[in-house]
Design a protein around this ligand. Structure first.
Ligand code: HEC
Length: 110
C-alpha cells in the first residue's frame, strides 16, 4: 500500500513538472534588473530586444558564441534580430554581463 501511494505521488509530481516550465531564477532577474536590461528585454516576450528564451534557442549547441555575445552586450550592436540596435551596457560591467549571458544561454524552451 505504501509503495502504491509513493508511486502515485511520484506520478502526480511528474505531471506537474510537465505542466509548468521550471521557474526563472529570481537572483538572475534581480541582476538583470540592476544591470538595466529589463527595459528592453523579458525572458518570454520580445520587447525592444528579443525574448531571452529565443536567444537561448538560436544559439543552442553553440557555446563559442558566449564571448561574442558578452562583447556585443557590453559595447552594443545590431543587425541580428531586426532593425533595432542595442545601446552599450558598459555600466553593468563585463563580469555581470558574462553571468547574465551564461544564464540566458541555458534558458530552456517554454
Ligand atoms: C536599449 C535597449 C536594450 C538594453 C538596455 C539591452 N538590450 Fe539586449 N538587445 C537589444 C536589442 C534591440 C537587441 C537585438 C540586436 C540585434 O538585432 O542584433 C538585443 C540583443 C541582445 C542579445 C542577443 C544578441 C545577438 O547578437 O543575438 C543578448 C544576449 C542581449 N541583448 C542581452 C542583454 C543584456 C544582458 C542586457 C543588460 C546588461 C541588455 N541586453 C540590455 C536591446 C537592449
Amino acid at each position: 500500500m505504501k509503495v502504491n501511494i509513493l508511486f502515485l505521488s511520484a506520478a502526480m509530481c511528474s505531471q506537474l513538472a510537465l505542466a509548468a516550465p521550471p521557474p526563472v531564477d529570481p537572483a538572475m532577474l534581480e541582476l538583470a534588473d540592476q544591470s538595466r536590461c529589463l527595459g528592453c528585454h523579458d525572458v518570454d516576450v520580445t520587447v525592444r530586444g528579443p525574448a531571452w528564451r529565443d536567444v537561448a534557442k538560436r544559439y543552442r549547441g553553440k557555446p563559442e558564441v558566449e564571448e561574442v555575445l558578452v562583447e556585443k552586450v557590453y559595447t552594443g550592436g545590431g543587425g541580428v534580430w531586426g532593425n533595432d540596435y542595442m545601446s552599450s551596457n558598459k555600466r553593468a560591467g563585463k563580469d555581470n554581463i558574462r553571468i547574465l549571458v551564461k544564464w540566458i544561454l541555458t534558458l530552456p524552451d517554454s
